[in-house]
Design a protein around this ligand. Structure first.
Ligand SMILES: [Zn+2]
Length: 563
C-alpha cells in the first residue's frame, strides 16, 4: 500500500487524529468506497496523479495504483469506475455569500416560466410554506414584464395572501411589489422620493403601479431580506445543494451577519450541513470596536465539525463599476478618488483585530484600497507578536506594480474572482471611468501568481455564476464565456494547474482546513468529486460544460447527477 505509512503522510494523519478525534483516524480493513479505473488528480504536489483511491469511514485510506487498491475491496465495498472522467478533491470557493444568495435567489426562482399563468402558479406555491408576516420573495421575473407600468398590484395581491411581496426582475435592479409592500415603501420614503421616478405611476391617473426602481427598490429590499431563522436555514440548504452540484464541498462565507452565523451554527449542530463553511463575520464600521466581544464569542462557539468563523470581513472600498473603488489616481470620469470606508483609522483597526487573533478578509477592489490594506497589515505585523496569520485581500481588480510583491512578502493571500476577467459591457463601462492605462492592468492574475503570492479563487456568488469550472475557464482564456471571441490581455492567462490549486489546496489552507481537505492524501477527509471528463484533456473554452457526476463530503454522497 504505497503511501499509507510513508514518513511524509504520518504527521498529517496524526494531526488530523488529534484535531478531529478518533473518527478521523485512518482505519484498517476494507474500504466503504473505492474509486478506480481512471485518472485521479490529487493536488498533492509530491504525487499529483494516481489511479485509485480508497475511503473508509469518511477518510481516505489509500491513494495509489490500480493493483494496490484491490486489497481494500471486499463484497461490501462500493466500487466506482472513474472511466473517461477524473477524480479530484472537492472545490473550495474562497469567496461567496451562500446564505444571503441562497435565501434571496433560490427560494422561489421564476426563470424561464411563462407569463402570466406559470409565474402566478409558482408564486402561489411559494406562498404556501410562509409564516405570518414573512415576505413572499421571488426572483428572475422576465425583465420586459417590469417595463413601463408592469402588471399592477392587484394580480400580486391575489396570490400573496396577506404577505408583503417583492418579486425581483432578471436584472435585479427593479421589482414588482404588492399593496402591503408598497405601504412599507411609502412609509419609509421621503416626499421627494415618493414624487420621483423610483415609484412608477400610471401616466394618466398618477396611481402607483407596483413597480419600484432604484431607491424605492432598495427600501423594500432591505425590509424583505430580514429573514427568519427558518428561511435562512432553507436558503443555506438550497445554496449548499447547488454548490454540491457544481462540485463545491467547502466555501468561505465572505460577509456573515449575526443571524447568518446563528443559522450556520444551528445547521452544523443539527448535522445538516453538506458544505464546510468558514465564515467571515461582517464588521460594521459605524459600530466600532465594541463589536469585538460578540465576535470573539462567535468564534469560540463556531467549533462544530463543518462550521468555523475565525475571520472578520472588512469592506475597504466599493467597486469600480460605479466609480467607487478607492484609487490612487483620480477617475477620468468624475475626477474623484472613489469611496473609502477607512483611511487613517485602518492601521489601528487592523492591528486591533490582528492582536485578537482574527484573520482578516478584506474587500479591496481599487489600487488605493489594496495599498491601504497592505500597509495596515504591515503595521499590524510589526506591532503585534508573531503568529501564523492568514489575512487575505479579495477582488484586487487593480494593484499598483509596487504592491504586487507585497502579497508574498507579507504573507497575504490574493483572493481573485475570475469571472470578471473578460471584456464584457460592464468592463467597458468600468474602463471608461478608469482610462486606458489602468484598464490594461485590471485582473493581473498571471502577475499575481508570478509574484509568488498564494492565490485563492471564488465566485462571489450572488454573482452570475457559482461554477468553479466556469470561473476557471475565464481565468485560462480571458475570452467571453459563451461564444468565444478575442481574449482580453492574453498575457495574463494562467494555467489549469494553477487554478485547480487556487480552488482546492490553497483555499483549504486559507480556510484553516489544510489538514482535512484540499487534496487527496491518506488521512484526509474524503471530500471528492467525479467529473465526466479529464480536465487536462478538455479544450479550455469547454471547461464550463464539464459535468460533475458525483460529489462526496467526508465520504457521504451529497450530489449525484444520475440519482
Ligand atoms: Zn463578496
Amino acid at each position: 500500500m504505497p503511501g499509507l505509512f510513508s514518513l511524509r503522510v504520518l504527521p498529517v494523519v496524526f494531526l488530523a487524529w488529534i484535531v478531529q478525534g478518533c473518527d478521523r483516524a485512518p482505519t484498517t480493513g476494507y474500504a466503504d468506497i473505492v474509486f478506480k479505473s481512471g485518472a485521479v488528480y490529487t493536488l498533492d504536489s509530491q504525487k499529483p496523479w494516481a489511479e485509485a483511491v480508497a475511503v473508509k469511514d469518511g477518510v481516505i485510506t489509500y491513494v495509489g495504483d490500480e493493483a494496490g487498491v484491490s486489497a481494500h475491496i471486499n463484497q461490501e465495498t462500493e466500487v466506482i469506475s472513474i472511466g473517461e472522467g477524473m477524480l479530484m478533491p472537492g472545490f473550495h470557493d474562497a469567496h461567496m455569500h451562500p446564505m444571503a444568495a441562497g435565501t434571496t435567489y433560490l427560494r422561489c426562482p421564476l426563470d424561464g416560466l411563462s407569463w402570466p399563468d406559470e409565474v402566478l402558479r409558482r408564486l402561489s406555491e411559494c406562498e404556501q410554506p410562509l409564516e405570518k408576516g414573512e415576505w413572499l420573495r421571488a426572483t428572475g421575473l422576465e425583465s420586459s414584464i417590469l417595463e413601463r407600468q408592469g402588471p399592477g398590484m392587484k394580480l400580486l395581491d391575489d396570490v400573496s395572501a396577506g404577505h408583503p411581496a417583492l418579486i425581483t426582475g432578471q436584472h435585479g435592479f427593479d421589482a414588482w411589489v404588492n399593496s402591503d409592500a408598497m405601504k412599507i415603501a411609502q412609509a419609509e420614503a421621503t416626499q421627494d422620493q415618493l414624487a420621483g421616478e423610483a415609484f412608477v405611476r400610471e401616466p394618466e391617473s398618477g396611481e402607483l403601479t407596483g413597480v419600484l426602481r432604484q431607491k424605492a427598490f432598495s427600501i423594500v429590499w432591505r425590509q424583505a431580506t430580514q429573514y427568519s431563522q427558518r428561511a435562512l436555514l432553507e436558503g443555506l440548504r438550497l445554496a449548499s445543494q447547488y454548490a454540491n452540484s457544481l462540485g463545491i464541498t467547502s466555501a468561505s462565507e465572505s460577509a456573515a451577519f449575526p443571524d447568518h452565523w446563528k443559522a450556520y451554527r444551528q445547521a452544523d449542530q443539527a448535522g445538516e450541513m453538506t458544505l464546510r463553511v468558514q465564515a467571515a463575520l461582517r464588521w460594521e464600521p459605524e459600530m466600532g470596536k465594541d463589536q469585538l466581544v460578540a465576535f470573539e464569542k462567535m468564534r469560540e462557539q463556531a467549533n462544530g465539525p463543518l462550521f468555523k468563523s475565525n475571520t472578520i470581513k472588512l469592506f475597504i472600498d466599493g467597486d469600480s463599476l460605479f466609480s467607487d473603488a478607492s484609487v490612487l489616481d483620480p477617475y477620468e470620469s468624475d475626477g474623484g478618488f472613489g469611496f473609502s470606508n477607512y483611511e487613517e483609522q485602518l492601521p489601528g483597526l487592523v492591528t486591533f483585530l490582528d492582536s485578537a487573533g482574527f484573520d482578516l478578509h478584506m474587500h479591496a477592489y481599487g489600487d488605493r484600497a489594496v495599498r491601504n490594506a497592505l500597509d495596515a497589515i504591515e503595521i499590524a505585523i510589526r506591532t503585534n507578536p508573531p503568529r501564523e496569520r492568514r489575512h487575505q485581500l479579495a477582488h484586487i481588480a487593480l494593484v499598483h506594480a509596487d504592491d504586487l510583491p507585497r502579497f508574498e512578502e507579507l504573507g497575504v493571500t490574493a483572493n481573485i474572482q475570475p469571472l470578471w476577467a473578460w471584456m464584457s459591457d460592464e468592463r467597458r463601462e468600468e474602463c471608461e471611468g478608469l482610462g486606458q492605462a489602468r484598464c490594461d492592468r485590471l485582473f493581473q492574475f498571471r502577475d499575481l501568481f508570478d509574484s509568488g503570492a498564494r492565490v485563492v479563487a471564488g465566485s462571489d456568488w450572488i454573482s452570475e455564476s457559482m461554477s468553479p469550472l466556469y470561473n476557471i475557464q475565464i481565468a485560462l482564456t480571458r475570452q467571453p464565456p459563451g461564444e468565444g471571441g478575442p481574449p482580453w490581455h492574453p498575457e495574463q492567462r494562467v494555467t489549469l494547474e494553477e487554478m485547480l490549486s487556487a480552488y482546492t489546496i490553497n483555499a483549504a489552507w486559507q480556510a484553516g482546513q489544510e489538514d482535512v481537505s484540499g487534496s487527496i492524501e491518506v488521512g484526509k477527509a474524503a471530500d471528492l468529486i467525479v467529473l465526466d471528463r479529464n480536465l487536462f484533456e478538455v479544450n479550455p473554452m469547454q471547461l464550463k460544460d464539464v459535468r460533475v457526476l458525483r460529489t462526496f463530503l467526508e465520504g457521504e454522497k451529497v450530489y449525484s447527477l444520475h440519482q
